[in-house]
Design a protein around this ligand. Structure first.
Ligand code: CP
Ligand code: NVA
Length: 288
């Protein structure tokens, strides 16, 4: 939401060019990008480290145990110190207020690499992936089936940025953030019926029922999400050429069946690859 719709469209077009071989400038030559990751990651870490390297820079990965953050050094001080040495800060954390605080006290751009509230870098890759397979998403119908979580929130923001309809179906008690739902009410309908949400959709999206940090809620969540698995019957309600997306990591047999995620409608590996291209375009946008 920090970008205008026009900037977002330009960024996505640039990401597609990069995927097609356009060379990025050496905007990070001899400079450091600090990756402050307070949660696990496979895709986000590797795509950012690779992207930073391809922009000529050096990624420095800081896990909590390796820095002074876990020993109580204030985030404000960390932000100030990193800003004296790094050209960019890329942060993955729990509470969204932490990434906002990092941005407040840093004097270099701070990229949100996932918080409890949203996952905007994933969203860039997912929008690039839709365009790659089906063209403009404006006016299309997207179904979100599952947890009203961070990734769902980014889809809600994308709906108002790019003008598509989003039907969100969650179990009662797992609805998206109410304030965000009010802000997005023109494009986003929230309910509890997965079959109704999937009906006629051009794209069906889901995510894990157990996000990072929710390990102890596993049994309760598994019970609550019964009936929310995106399986063949659910996909049959969608449009005949509907795509299936999942940010990964996926848990086959829970939020998605193996035959859907490993089937012909699934574009999950393109989503993962496009993290690299979309984030390079994002870093270029912030550095140029
Ligand atoms: N989709 C995603 O952000 O994956 P990682 O947690 O592996 O980075
Ligand atoms: N909702 C998931 C996304 C992982 C990329 C989580 O927060 O763990």
């Amino acid at each position: 939401m920090d970008l205008s719709p026009q900037e977002l469209r330009r960024l996505l077009a640039r990401a597609a060019d990069m995927k097609n071989g356009a060379a990025p400038g050496e905007l990070l030559r001899d400079q450091t990008a600090a990756l402050v990751f307070e949660k696990s990651s496979t895709r986000t870490r590797v795509s950012f480290e690779t992207g930073v390297t391809q922009l000529g820079g050096n990624p420095v990965f800081l896990a909590p145990a390796d820095s002074h953050l876990a020993r109580g050094e204030p985030l404000e001080d960390t932000a100030r110190v990193l800003s004296r040495m790094a050209r960019l800060i890329i942060m993955r954390t729990g509470a969204h207020a932490r990434v906002e605080k990092m941005a407040e006290f840093a004097s270099v751009p701070v990229i949100n690499a996932l918080s409890d509230f949203n996952h905007p870098c994933q969203q860039l890759a997912d929008l690039q992936t839709y365009a790659q397979h089906r063209g403009d998403i404006a006016g299309r119908r997207v179904a979100w089936i599952g947890d009203g979580n961070n990734v769902c929130h980014s889809w809600m923001n994308a709906a108002r940025q790019l003008g598509f309809r989003l039907a969100v179906a969650t179990p009662p008690g797992y609805a998206p953030n109410a304030e965000l739902a009010r802000e997005c009410a023109e494009q986003v309908a929230c309910g509890n019926d997965p079959a109704a949400a999937a009906e006629g959709a051009d794209l069906v999206v889901t995510d894990s029922w157990f996000s990072m940090g929710q390990e102890e809620e596993k049994a309760a969540r598994e019970a609550a999400f019964a009936g929310f698995c995106v399986d063949r019957a659910m996909m049959a309600r969608a449009s005949g050429d509907a795509l299936f997306m999942h940010c990964l990591p996926a848990y086959r047999g829970f939020e998605v069946s193996a035959e859907v995620i490993d089937g012909p409608q699934s574009v999950v590996w393109d989503q993962a690859e496009n993290r690299l291209h979309a984030q390079k375009a994002l870093m270029e946008f912030l550095l140029a």
